[in-house]
Design a protein around this ligand. Structure first.
Ligand SMILES: [Mn+2]
Length: 272
C-alpha cells in the first residue's frame, strides 16, 4: 500500500512556503499529501531532511527543497519544487518567478505582492492554525495561475496582432481564446484596440481612456453592416462591445476580424 507523503513546512507559512505546497498538490500527481508544520529552520522530529523518502521538507530543514543554504536570490522553495516536478509551463514559471522575487525581498509585480500580503494577513487571523492559512491560500494560487495562463494567451494574441489605420490613430487587432489585451495594445502606441474572443466569438473595440475617441459613428456603421448583432456602446463612448463575461451577447456578430477592421477603416468622420 502506498504510504501517504508528508510535506513539512514552517509555521506561519509565507507565500513561498504555500506555493511550494500548492505545486505538490496541483502538479505532484498524488492527492493524499498531509502537511505538518515545524519552526522555520528545523525538521520533523529533528531527523535530517530527505532521510525519509515519504517526508518532504519545503522552505525549512536545509534539504533539497530549502533554499536557505544556497545563498542566491534567484531561488525559493517554490522554485526548487517547480524545477523538480513540472516540465515546461510558461504560466507557472511566470508565477513562481514572482514568488521568488518576493521571498528575496526584490521588487515584484503588484499582483504577487498582493498575494504575499494576503498570506501574511491570514497568518494574523489564524496565528495558531497554519493548516487554515494554507487551505485559504490554495484557491488564491489556483486563481493566480489561471490569471497567468490568460496572460500568456493574451501575449500570444498580441504577438500575432494586426496593425491598421483608424480615423483616430493606430489600431491594433488581436484574437485568441481570451481575446486581446488593450493594455498591451496601448503600450504599443495604439489608440484603438480591437479584439475577438474565440471561446465565445465575442468582439469588442476599446479606445484609450485618455483619448478623445467617440465610437458613436462606428456604432452607427455597425448597426447598418451588422444589424443582427448585440453591439453595445458603453456610456463613455470609448467601448463598443458584442459579448463580455459581464454581459454575454445573445446575438453574435456576423463579422470576422478582417470584416470589422474593414468597417473601421472605411469610417469617414464628419469634420467638427
Ligand atoms: Mn522561502
Amino acid at each position: 500500500m502506498e504510504v501517504p507523503t508528508t510535506i513539512v513546512a514552517h509555521l506561519a507559512p509565507d507565500l513561498d512556503c504555500i506555493a511550494a505546497i500548492w505545486i505538490f498538490k496541483r502538479f505532484g500527481g498524488a492527492h493524499d499529501y498531509q502537511v505538518r508544520f515545524v519552526p522555520a529552520g528545523t525538521t520533523l522530529d529533528n531527523l535530517p531532511a530527505d532521510s525519509d523518502p515519504h517526508v518532504i521538507h519545503v522552505d525549512t530543514g536545509l534539504g533539497r527543497f530549502d533554499h536557505h543554504q544556497r545563498h542566491v536570490r534567484t531561488l525559493s522553495a517554490a522554485e526548487l519544487v517547480r524545477r523538480s516536478l513540472v516540465g515546461h509551463d510558461v504560466a507557472l514559471e511566470r508565477m513562481i518567478r514572482q514568488v521568488t522575487l518576493i521571498d528575496n525581498a526584490l521588487p515584484s509585480e503588484q499582483a504577487s505582492s498582493d498575494l504575499g500580503m494576503l498570506a501574511d494577513s491570514f497568518n494574523i487571523l489564524f496565528e495558531h492554525d497554519p493548516d487554515k492559512v494554507v487551505e485559504l491560500m490554495l484557491p488564491n494560487l489556483d486563481a493566480w495561475y489561471a490569471h497567468e495562463v490568460r496572460q500568456v494567451q493574451l501575449g500570444e494574441a498580441f504577438a500575432s496582432r494586426i496593425e491598421f489605420h483608424t480615423p483616430w490613430g493606430r489600431g491594433i487587432a488581436m484574437q485568441g481564446p481570451f481575446g486581446g489585451s488593450s493594455v498591451m495594445a496601448y503600450r504599443a502606441g495604439a489608440v484603438l484596440a480591437v479584439y475577438r474572443e474565440e471561446r465565445h466569438n465575442w468582439m469588442g473595440i476599446a479606445a484609450q481612456s485618455r483619448s478623445s475617441v467617440d465610437l458613436t459613428p462606428l456604432a452607427e456603421a455597425l448597426a447598418q453592416v451588422d444589424p443582427h448583432a448585440d453591439w453595445y456602446l458603453h456610456p463613455s463612448k470609448r467601448l463598443l462591445l458584442c459579448g463580455t463575461d459581464k454581459a454575454p451577447a445573445k446575438r453574435l456578430s456576423a463579422l470576422d476580424m478582417r470584416g470589422l477592421i474593414t468597417v473601421i477603416e472605411g469610417l469617414h468622420l464628419a469634420v467638427r
